[in-house]
Every structure is written in C-alpha cells, then in structure tokens.
Design a protein. Structure first.
Length: 78
C-alpha cells in the first residue's frame, strides 16, 4: 500500500472538525467558557475560530495516526 497523500489525512480531519464545531457550539455559548476562573478575552467569532483550529489539530492527529497504522512495515521503514 503506497503512502497516503497528505490530503487524504487533512481533508477528513477538516470535515470532522467542522462537524465537531457545530455539535459543541450547539450546546455551549462561547461566552460561558472560562479559563482559570476568568472569561476568555475573545469575541464569539474568535472563540469559534480558535476552537475550530484546536478541533482540526486533534482530528488531524487522529487521521494521521490512522494513516500511519494502515501502512505496512516496509512502507514505514522506507
């Protein structure tokens, strides 16, 4: 099995992050979020943006790990 192209990892992670963003913020108001007992100093749109990139990073790591585990030992060692 050849190495997966980077878009085969990045694109599903992007879509999953979008769905996760919708699900999380359907139930949570961004202004209700606090860090160290202080409200976050960002607008709602800023919190949405930061959260999306955090979600994308986590799902990207998951997709990359899945692609790595799907590779044969010979592909990994090359």
């Amino acid at each position: 099995m050849p190495r997966a192209p980077w878009m085969a990892v990045v694109w599903p992670a992007f879509l999953a992050a979008g769905v996760l963003e919708i699900v999380v913020f359907a139930f949570i108001d961004p202004h209700d979020l606090h860090w160290n007992d202080a409200a976050l100093p960002l607008s709602r749109q800023g919190i949405y943006t930061v959260a999306f990139f955090v979600f994308w990073g986590v799902t990207l790591a998951s997709s990359a790990l899945t692609a790595l585990l799907a590779m044969s030992a010979a592909d990994v060692n090359n």
